[in-house]
Design a protein around this ligand. Structure first.
Ligand code: ZN
Length: 87
């Protein structure tokens, strides 16, 4: 990951990372330009999902299946198998 100095625009080194949350971290940076020497903290934040994780999709399916009784679950599984066979 490339971080540039906010003062001189030169490349900076990330010296450490403080994870505040799985979606937010503070990056401690030092400018590589010896004449500048700026040290600073940048925020690295998650923005939004473009395509859901397959883990997320499985969790959602399990949650939805839990909300159904066993007959409905079996009916859906039978439909899924039938549709997979048609492809
Ligand atoms: Zn700098």
């Amino acid at each position: 990951m490339q971080v540039n100095c906010a003062e001189c625009g030169n490349k900076a080194i990330i010296t450490s990372r403080q994870v505040l949350d799985p979606k937010l971290a503070n990056l401690y940076c030092v400018c590589k330009n010896a004449e500048c020497g700026h040290s600073f903290v940048m925020n690295l934040a998650f923005s939004h999902t473009l395509s859901p994780s397959s883990f997320q999709a499985k969790r959602m399916m399990i949650e939805m299946l839990r909300g159904m009784d066993q007959a409905e679950q079996l009916e859906l599984l039978a439909q899924a198998q039938h549709n997979a066979g048609a492809i």
